[in-house]
Design a protein around this ligand. Sequence first.
Ligand SMILES: Cc1cc2nc3c(=O)[nH]c(=O)nc-3n(C[C@H](O)[C@H](O)[C@H](O)COP(=O)(O)OP(=O)(O)OC[C@H]3O[C@@H](n4cnc5c(N)ncnc54)[C@H](O)[C@@H]3O)c2cc1C
Length: 422
Amino acid sequence: MKINQQSARIAVSHQPTADSHLAHRNIPITIIGGGIHGVSIAIRLLRDMPTAVKQLAIVDRHPQPLVQWQRKTEHQGMRFLRSPAVHHITPDALGIVEYAERHDRTDELAPPYSQPSTRLFWDFCNDALAELEGHRVYYQFDVAKLRWDKGAGRFPFRLISTNNEGFRSRCVLLAIGTDDCTYVPPEFVQWQCRYPDKILHASQFTVNSEDKRESKGKIVIVGGGLTAGTLAGSLSEHGHNVVLIARQQLKTEQFDFPPVWLGPKALAEFASETDFRRRYETIQQNRGEGSITPDIMERLLDTPNIDIYPETCICDIVEAAAQRLRVETTRGVIADVSRVILATGYRFDLRRYGFLRELITQHQVPLVCGFPRLDDDLQLHPIKNLFGSGTIAQLQIGPASGNIAGANLAYERLREKFISHL
Ligand SMILES: Cc1cc2nc3c(=O)[nH]c(=O)nc-3n(C[C@H](O)[C@H](O)[C@H](O)COP(=O)(O)OP(=O)(O)OC[C@H]3O[C@@H](n4cnc5c(N)ncnc54)[C@H](O)[C@@H]3O)c2cc1C
């Protein structure tokens, strides 16, 4: 299977996106976040209600939709999605498969579950995004503050951008992903403060940029999930010596949550749990500490320039000669380290989103382990007509919430409410 890894650009036309186009307007439905969730839900809504196009705005800090997704997959050198082809951004389950057949690209659907190549996924997304093209739906608008003026008429939400432009909305969907919640384990905070240009969270790191550095030392990757595995594989292919350090034994799984979580039985049981802390624990148990897909694991085990240290902790990181780091672990010392990459993921906490802080405090939005207790229809209790999709909705949607498939599950709950606002 030969994949052209060159990045595909999302071809949504660069619409006149300045936030001033929204200034002083009243928009029935606003989606904050033009990532996988925001876009999937917008496309589903527009297919159900084509007239919604004049009443919908997707706002995002980036000039184009899906930028975050594109950057992350590209920066890690990810070649194939983890999820099967049926999970994507439009409601027609076979969309990608049919697209691959039409374009003679079925070799980009990997066995055993037809996982699409990232390139095929992009091209399909480009095609689907053409539905938004021509309509003024997507706006570059970095939300600095969201206010809810309860009782302020039909458009109680006020969105204010970092440029101090504002508009009003009747209903708002938070599809804000997890980017504001990068997780750095506590013991790494001091080391990162000491060596900020050498110890990076995976979200700040690009595999290709590492090649431009003149001298190549060892690269230590911390983490046992797919990001750690993908980065290790990509860096080794670029000729780097890599040490992968995980607190536990590496786990091999095709998916990042058991697929039963997409079916009605598990979801009904989850919904019947009234203790939201227990729901949180169920999610932790089912998503675990991360796992690596069988194909990536095979690649890791077959590659001579990757050392794997499972069940290992880092005790100290100190600077040694020639600006290299010395990483002291419970298995011994790793010398000549040029970089430490923390593939330690994200830990969602609504309080970390600056634009929501005042709203959460003012209206006493209850949180369970950082997650809002959404109502059945994904409303952020007690704020009426403020909804969530993505990781933010985990306590209702379950372990699949932050994944691509979670957008479909969320839309099923949101659909009626949204349509009633149009
Ligand atoms: C490398 C990688 C590979 C993955 N592979 C898969 C996979 O194969 N299958 C799968 O199901 N899942 C996968 N996932 C998980 C998940 O599907 C993705 O993380 C997905 O991008 C989540 O979509 P999202 O819309 O919730 O968040 P994002 O894509 O992060 O989008 C959120 C958007 O909100 C915007 N935003 C946030 N705050 C503001 C603000 N104040 N103002 C304006 N805009 C704002 C951001 O700019 C961003 O564009 C993967 C994740 C990663 C990182």
